[in-house]
Design a protein around this ligand. Structure first.
Ligand code: HEC
Ligand code: HEC
Ligand code: HEC
Ligand code: HEC
Length: 398
């Protein structure tokens, strides 16, 4: 089993979209809360170790690498908010636990930190996106009019060559370089009556894959970016003037409110598309077009992604009702045979993840002692879990 797991580790390490996923952290950056109270991670992908250590990978693959007994979790689009993942795991736990038993896989317990890492990692998969498609990239290169001014590969022309861009494995690098040249490019485009390309979906990935595939540089020299550090990204959001327009002057929309449940390259595409409209506003306020270097664009976009959370509704009152509706109260009363704490004495929890890991850890006990007999485990919606959490964390009279 060890060998098998190592094999998977290898895959997950090199897996996605030209990012280097091996450990990157920035120790000098202190974890901090952003304005809407979200604790930003500074290494969202560190949870891939938890995914492996806790044996999830024995049954679930990620984008094709890993076990095939259950759903590929790379395909599941959105574990965006704190409550989705635990609700999903909870609602599938009967099947999961049964399969674990049949396959002699021990059910691992979580602590809050591990659960948080896991959750952020699975959430990050949507952001990392899929690898680009070379064929579509080739078509796009022509269709988007890049060939008017550029060439790449062995073609002999006087056009501006893009081979250098092909050294970079990450499509964000292409987006970043284009962004830095946006004004120049768009000026030439307008003056020569060429339509400025608009990006949608993962077109940056496709284009980047194509450029990389035909670039004259050998692929073993590929340079990688890291997927982005939201904590650094938050600082860039102010430093590069985004905060000024989007939060201070409200010239652009509040980016925590628009749908950014998208991959990094899709978001890069949105930024590119709005670079056209930004220009007049920038002139008016005498702001220079921000330029990006190193890993900055990935850092910035990962900040946008992680601060853009869908809200889940819930209330402590509903939570109290759910305790009886879902049968929790059968055990969580005083004098119960399981020595479970009385519900009104449970909590408060330091974090949602502490609560989630407690819920997950006592699932087998619940299934065995109560529901396996004649009832099935009650389904919990993300909003139910939020309500329970709010109830356990309600203000108490001293
Ligand atoms: C013994 C096999 C097994 C293991 C180990 C396992 N799962 Fe599952 N998991 C399943 C099965 C079976 C389902 C339900 C059927 C399906 O959706 O494929 C499921 C469903 C899920 C779902 C819901 C998927 C959906 O479509 O909504 C999530 C999320 C999930 N598992 C996460 C995890 C995590 C995280 C771990 C590691 C802690 C884990 N699983 C470990 C077998 C397993
Ligand atoms: C109308 C001409 C024109 C079109 C069309 C055009 N570009 Fe450019 N591109 C430029 C100019 C001009 C520069 C700036 C070169 C410089 O600064 O030296 C540039 C620079 C770039 C760079 C940076 C090159 C480097 O090595 O620093 C990239 C990458 C790039 N373009 C990609 C694209 C892609 C992809 C397309 C198609 C979606 C495209 N361009 C369409 C004119 C164009
Ligand atoms: C000069 C003001 C200004 C600055 C500076 C600015 N933006 Fe914007 N931004 C806007 C405006 C205006 C829009 C809405 C334009 C539109 O609807 O396309 C917008 C839209 C966006 C969108 C959403 C586009 C869409 O498709 O909905 C994103 C993402 C974005 N900006 C990111 C950024 C980031 C990141 C920065 C910092 C690098 C930044 N913006 C800097 C003015 C600005
Ligand atoms: C079969 C009995 C049983 C049922 C049903 C049950 N629990 Fe528990 N619960 C326990 C026991 C026993 C513990 C003590 C921890 C342990 O041994 O796993 C516990 C612990 C907990 C804890 C951690 C308490 C702490 O002090 O940290 C929470 C939170 C919790 N349960 C919530 C729930 C919720 C919510 C439900 C209903 C969806 C529920 N439980 C249903 C038996 C049960």
């Amino acid at each position: 089993m060890k060998i098998k797991i190592l094999f998977y580790v290898f895959f997950i390490t090199i897996l996605i979209s030209g990012f280097i996923l091996s450990g990157f952290t920035s120790k000098e950056v202190i974890k901090q809360n952003n304005s809407n109270g979200i604790k930003l991670p500074d290494n969202p992908i560190e949870g891939r170790f938890v995914f492996e250590q806790k044996g999830c990978i024995n049954c679930h693959a990620i984008n094709g690498s890993g076990g095939k007994k259950a759903k590929d979790l790379g395909e599941k689009v959105f574990f965006g908010n704190d409550y989705n993942l635990i609700a999903d795991m909870w609602n599938h736990s009967s099947k999961m636990l049964k399969l674990m038993e049949e396959n002699n896989i021990s059910k691992e317990e979580f602590n809050a930190k591990e659960f948080r890492s896991l959750r952020l990692f699975l959430y990050d998969l949507r952001y990392l996106g899929k690898n680009g498609n070379i064929k579509s990239g080739k078509k796009l290169f022509v269709k988007m009019g890049c060939t008017h001014c550029h060439s790449v590969g062995n073609e002999k022309t006087n056009k501006i060559r893009l081979d250098k861009t092909g050294i970079y494995a990450s499509p964000v690098y292409l987006a970043q370089t284009m962004w830095n040249h946006a004004i120049k490019m768009q000026t030439v485009q307008k003056s020569s009556n060429i339509k400025v390309p608009i990006f949608k979906d993962d077109e940056f990935s496709d284009l980047s894959s194509y450029i990389r595939a035909v670039s004259v540089y050998k692929s073993k020299n590929l340079k990688y970016m890291t997927p982005g550090n939201p904590v650094i990204g938050k600082k860039l959001f102010s430093d590069k003037g985004c905060f000024f327009c989007h939060n201070e002057k409200h010239i652009g929309p509040d980016l925590t409110k628009i749908d950014l449940n998208k991959s990094v390259t899709e978001i890069a595409g949105m930024m590119w598309n709005h670079s056209l409209e930004m220009e007049p506003a920038m002139q008016k306020f005498k702001i220079a077009m921000p330029a990006f270097k190193g890993n900055e664009m990935a850092d910035l976009i990962s900040y946008l992604y992680f601060s853009n959370k869908q809200q889940v509704n819930g209330s402590a009152d509903i939570g109290r009702k759910i305790l009886s509706e879902k049968g929790c109260i059968n055990c969580h009363v005083s004098g119960n045979p399981y020595k479970a704490a009385e519900s009104k004495l449970i909590g408060p929890f330091n974090s949602e993840d502490e609560f989630f890991s407690d819920l997950w850890n006592h699932l087998p006990l619940m299934q065995k002692n109560l529901y396996f007999k004649n009832k099935s485990l009650p389904r919990l919606l993300p909003s139910d879990i939020k309500s329970l959490y709010l109830y356990f964390n309600r203000e108490r009279k001293k």
